[in-house]
Each structure stands twice: as C-alpha cells, then as structure tokens.
Design a protein around this ligand. Structure first.
Ligand code: PMP
Length: 440
C-alpha cells in the first residue's frame, strides 16, 4: 500500500527530507525514462536521479556491466586498492577527458558524493598553491559539506550554516535574464571585467585565491549557461594569475550539455574537474581529476571509506563508453536544440514563461508573473508559487520535473540522454497542459 509506505517514512525520516514531500510516489519499477509507482501509475522522468541517469533507468549496458561483476565474484568494495574494474574505469575516463588534460591528468577517487569531490578540489588547490581563499560565483551550487557550501551561492539552506562554512569571495555569474548589472546580453563581458578588476585591486578585499570554481552551466542555480566567451575569459584571467580553474562538472558532465564536458564547448580546458552523478552510471562515485603539476598531496591527504566501489566503477565505465560510442553528446545537443525551440514556441501561449534556456539536455524554463511590468532588461518578477503549481500539475499528468533557481521559479528538465523523439513530444504535451492548468 503506497499510502502506508509514505506515511511510515514520513513518521520515521528526518524533517529535512525533500523530494519525498514533493513527489508522493513509491517507485517500484523503472526502465529508460519511465518510472512506475506501486499504484501502477507511470511517469516520464525528467529529473533522472538529479542528473545521474545519463542512460536512463536500468539501461541494458549498465545492468550487464553490474551483473558481470557479480557473476565473477569480484570484491564489491576494495578501498582505494587497484582492481580490474578501477583500471577499466580509469581507462574509460581518461579516454573521455579533454585531450590536453588527459595527457597530464591524475585522478583522485573521493567519497561517493559530488560534494566530497568539491571538497577535495578545494583542499588540493590550497595545498598546491599555499593560498587559502576560493573565488566562486553567485547562484553556484557545489554541495552540502562546509567547504562546498562556502563556494555555493546564497541558496536558502546556507543561511543557518553561517559561521560553519568557510569564506569564499563571491563573484557575479553572467545571468543575462537577471543580470546583476541590468545589462542583459553584455552581462558576460561586464562580469569578466569586474572579476579581473577585483582580483587585481589591492584594496578589493580579495586575497589571491587558491582556486576559482565554477559551473559552465549552473544547474541548481536555475539552468544558467555561461556565455562561451565568458568561459574563455575566466580561463585567461585565471591562467594569467596562476589561479587553478576548477570546473564543477558534477551535473553537466558525461554528455549532458551536448559535449562530453560542458567546458569543451568553449574550446578551453580547466586545471581541475570535479565529477560525480552520471560518472558512476547512477551508482555512487565521485572523482577529482587534475593536471599533474597540482599533484602535491601526501598519501592519506584525502581519504574516505567508500572510494573503491567496484559496482559503481563498472557501471561508470560502461556508461562513459556507451555515451562515446553512441555519440550521445551530439544527440543531446540536437535534441536539446529542438526541445528549446518547441518550449520557446510554447511561450507564445503561456505568458508565464519568462525565459527558456539551457544547453544540450540540461534545460530550464523560468516562470514569471505574467501581468507584471518587465524591468529595463525585459525580465519580469519570478513566480515561485506558480512554479510549485506547475510541478504538481506535471506530476498529476505523469511527468516528473524539479524546480531550481534563485527564486525557485525555474522548471528544470534533465531527461536521460537516450530520451526518444516520441518521449520528448510527450514531455512537451504534458508540460503544456500543466502550465495551462497552473495558470488558471
Ligand atoms: N556540484 C554540482 C554542480 C551539483 O549539481 C551537485 C548536486 N546537485 C553537487 C556538486 C553536489 O553533489 P552531491 O549531491 O552528490 O554531493
């Protein structure tokens, strides 16, 4: 009885549980993009385990990879000891890395969450540079541990943690729709000049940081793709000042944004990449990859028990190889382009759609107050209440979507990269109907 399960868990679990409140379903089966609840209802999954399911649920190549490990009787857990599965995963990872980084890369296996790999990147760059600070961006999301939280923007959950999280210098991310300078499309250029000035101003309050950390497309921040010239500017600015550039590709990696790694679209390479989510083929795995000149840690500098999960390495290797062999990044690029065009067309009938944006199959729809007067760059006030209603109406129609953004008013679409054209059509139809119902 799904209602009994939901009630029992509500009584026993932490008050901080989140998704369980929003999605009152008890999933018992999942395949591809379809999740089936205990009550037999089917849902199209545009959340994909918060972006972990690049190949969707129970993809045969991932299932087989896991089954092979089990059949061989391989150790499921091996700390950070070398295993054939780790060897294969590292092979697949290095084959997929940006070529310049691959030639001189080192990988460190972290605790199994993205936030631990962020922590590792921040600690490593501290050790390597002898500096302490971190330059991070408005709207960023890097995780929940103290260091990662420090680098995250002003997400609501951070407020009660003031004093726990370390300090980071907050720099303006180029979010054109709600540009902090009110400059719309030139937000990238203005941000780059501001960042450069601040780093060079002896009285700017910015001690030379150990690292600059950023997402090439902010996910939790409301699906905000950085302009490619801005990414190139951040590369130039950090390179000229000897600041390691850390790319958080936890959500954007493994083909999600139309290239294997989101930064590749800009034609530049980072010094450090933080990877998790899809990298483990939906099983828990996180790594930090960095250029070998940063390899300054002594043994034991960043340990953790769960750094040798054989099943995750097998699933991750299978996923990486499949994304490459089936050219799923290109597919994400083409399908995403069409999806955004269709969503933009939908905006004609739905005045609550303020902006449609994204890259590849990481897309967002910013919902706004339809009747409000736009500001001088054309943005209207965010509509978080409407967004909550749209999410509920979507679920009612068999579509799982999550919200994000500065005002929790962005509907995020993170379907598996293997979504079919037909499924994409169904997503649009259900979203259209949900918007109509919520706008009433
Ligand atoms: N970085 C980014 C860009 C993320 O999107 C997330 C998770 N949403 C994290 C880090 C943290 O990963 P985890 O939840 O696995 O700790």
């Amino acid at each position: 009885d799904p209602d009994a399960v939901l009630a029992r868990q509500a009584a026993r679990e932490s008050a901080a549980r989140t998704y369980a409140r929003t999605f009152r379903i008890v999933p018992v089966h999942a395949r591809g993009m379809t999740v089936t609840g205990a009550d037999g209802r089917r849902y199209l999954d545009c959340l994909s385990g918060a972006g972990t399911l690049a190949l969707g649920h129970n993809h045969p190549v991932v299932v087989e990879a896991v089954q092979r490990v089990i059949e061989r009787g391989a150790p499921w857990h091996a700390l950070d000891i070398a295993t054939p599965e780790k060897d294969e995963f590292t092979d697949a990872l290095f084959a997929a890395l940006p070529p310049g980084l691959a030639r001189r890369a080192r990988v460190h296996f972290c605790g199994p969450a993205g936030t631990d790999a962020v922590e590792a990147a921040l600690k490593l760059t501290r050790t390597a540079t002898g500096r302490t600070g971190v330059a991070a961006f408005t709207g960023a999301y890097h995780g929940m541990t103290a260091g990662a939280l420090a680098a995250s923007g002003g997400v609501g959950v951070k407020e009660p943690m003031t004093g726990v999280a370390a300090e980071a210098t907050r720099l303006p991310y180029p979010y054109a729709y709600r540009c902090p300078f009110g400059l719309g499309d030139s937000s990238g250029e203005v941000s780059a000049r501001y960042v450069e000035r601040l780093l060079d101003d002896p009285n700017g309050g910015v001690v030379p940081p150990a690292a600059m950390i950023l997402e090439a497309v902010q996910g939790e921040g409301g699906v905000v793709p950085a302009p490619l010239p801005w990414l190139r500017e951040m590369r130039r600015i950090t390179a000229e000042r000897g600041i390691p550039l850390v790319l958080d590709e936890v959500q954007t990696g493994v083909g999600r944004t139309g290239t294997m790694w989101a930064i590749e679209a800009a034609g530049v390479e980072p010094d450090v990449m933080v990877l998790s989510k899809a990298i483990g083929g939906s099983l828990p795995l996180a790594v930090v990859v960095y250029a070998d000149h940063l390899d300054t840690w002594a043994p034991g500098a960043h340990t953790g028990t769960f750094r040798g999960t054989t099943l995750a390495m097998a699933a991750g290797a299978a996923t990486l190889r499949y994304v490459q062999s089936e050219r799923l990044a290109e597919r994400a690029e083409a399908l995403g382009r069409r999806l955004r065009a269709d969503l933009t067309a939908l905006a004609g009938a739905h005045p609550s759609i303020g902006e449609v944006r994204g890259r590849g199959l990481l897309n967002g729809i910013e919902l706004v107050e339809p009747d409000a007067v736009p500001d001088r760059v054309g943005a209207r006030p965010a509509a978080p209440g409407l967004a909550v209603a749209v999410r509920a109406e979507c679920l009612r129609r068999g579509l799982i979507v999550e919200l994000g953004g500065r005002h929790d008013s962005v509907v995020r679409l993170i379907p598996p990269l293997v979504m079919t054209d037909e499924e994409a059509g169904q997503v649009l139809d259900r979203l259209d109907a949900a918007l109509t119902a919520a706008e009433r």
